[in-house]
Ligand binder design. Structure first.
Ligand SMILES: Cc1ncc(COP(=O)(O)O)c(C=O)c1O
Length: 396
């Protein structure tokens, strides 16, 4: 039996045409017509100037540099995220400061942000930037976050790696801060196998990021460099995949949502398992279908459920382990963390590919139901046994 994976690439059919064009024209490099077209088409979709890069992490790195983050600075970031959200803070010699999430969205808690900014303003050490992450396909509650950041003059980088296609009050995720980073990693809602995009309303910044991403080569006959650059540009072949993928983005959003809602409906009679909240302020793409497991009601712990699914050849994984619990970031300053820890302890991501067939989804659903029932039966047996007279328990 084939393993049912968490999130796999799902081609739309036209990607190969653009890739073949790249081969036919010999644009097998980090320049070429697919890159220009992919950037243009992404700009049309999001409504902001864009630069195509080798990864979402590269986009966060360049985005932070555009915001002026440098050695010795501090950058606020939610603790509940993937390490790639904050590793670039370290690349720049700055320090991340972690903030807790709210249970209503699983994203940055605006109240915690307010507390952190108020305290730091009093101590005259406001951060150089805030990274706001839109997790698992859902935007953070941006109105209060943006108004706090405006009041304290803290620029915002949106980590939109997991939320291309999501909206907040009818605005696209990635258009709500000063800069935004998208990812086209193989597990994302659309993919270029690996890749990223940086967007900003500031055209000059986008040009600067494009310059840095190509080794920051000054215009001269020889190789001359006045600034530190990187090899972060997307390849023209991969941009071809991106063009095909972008044309099916809306379809992928509706397919991912359908997967998550089918799980929710299939589990509606099971106690102790509930879908990640769907905030009313926008469209959740449900990039990954995440659930919270309440062990006592469900009859089995989150970890035991992951192991049972694994035995049924189904890949599932825990919600992100918070950054303040990571050895790499031990000792970093933080504000709160209990909500992130609880979501990590109880949260599970189930297979969510847009290509997941109803038949395979049924295999997942049945495996979840079996795990819940098996453990409920076990504990029923245990409680019956403990009611038996001691002699019978001993087998007499
Ligand atoms: C929240 C988040 N930020 C950043 C990244 C980094 O993107 P990439 O893998 O394209 O570097 C990812 C995913 O990989 C992510 O999930």
């Amino acid at each position: 039996m084939n393993r049912i994976l968490l999130s796999v690439p799902h081609m739309g059919g036209t990607e190969q045409i653009y890739v073949n064009e790249a081969f036919a024209s010999n644009w097998l490099s980090t320049v070429g017509p697919n890159i220009d077209a992919f950037e243009r088409e992404f700009e049309q979709r999001i409504g902001l100037p864009a630069v195509a890069l080798s990864s979402g992490t590269a986009a966060i790195h360049l985005g932070l540099r555009l915001l002026g983050v440098g050695a010795g600075d501090e950058v606020l970031c939610p603790s509940l995220t993937f390490a790639a959200s904050c590793n670039p803070v370290r690349y720049l010699g700055a320090a991340p400061v972690f903030l807790d999430s709210e249970s209503a969205t699983w994203n940055l808690d605006p109240n915690i942000l307010e507390d952190a900014l108020r305290k730091r303003s009093r101590q005259k050490n406001l951060p150089s930037a805030l990274i706001v992450v839109h997790l698992y396909g859902q935007c953070a509650d941006m109105d209060p976050i943006a108004s706090l950041c405006r009041a304290y003059e803290v620029p915002v980088l949106e980590d939109t790696a997991e939320s291309l296609g999501a909206t907040y009050r009818n605005q696209a995720a990635g258009t709500l801060g000063s800069v935004a980073a998208f990812s086209f990693n193989g597990n994302k809602i659309i993919t270029t196998t690996g890749g990223g995009m940086l967007v900003s309303s500031n055209q000059t910044w986008i040009e600067k990021a494009r310059f840095w991403s190509q080794q920051a080569r000054d215009p001269a006959l020889w190789y001359q460099h006045s600034e530190l650059g990187y090899n972060y540009r997307m390849s023209n072949v991969l941009a071809g995949i991106g063009r095909g993928q972008l044309s099916v983005l809306d379809l992928r959003v509706s397919q991912r949502r359908a997967v998550a809602l089918r799980y929710r409906d299939s589990f509606s009679d099971l106690p102790g398992i509930c879908l990640m909240p769907q905030a009313s302020f926008g469209e959740h793409t449900n990039w990954l279908a995440c659930f919270l497991i309440e062990e006592r009601e469900f009859g089995c712990s989150r970890d035991r459920l992951i192991r049972s699914l694994d035995e049924a050849n189904v890949e599932a994984r825990p919600v992100w382990k918070p950054m303040h619990l990571q050895p790499l970031y031990a000792g970093c300053e933080r504000y709160g963390g209990a909500v992130a820890e609880d979501l990590f302890r109880r949260g599970i991501c189930l297979p969510s590919s847009s290509s997941l067939s109803e038949r395979d989804q049924l295999i997942v659903v049945n495996a979840v139901r079996r795990a819940a029932n098996a453990n409920r039966l076990d504990s029923l047996k245990e409680s019956r046994t403990s009611l038996l007279p001691r002699k019978m328990e001993a087998g007499n």
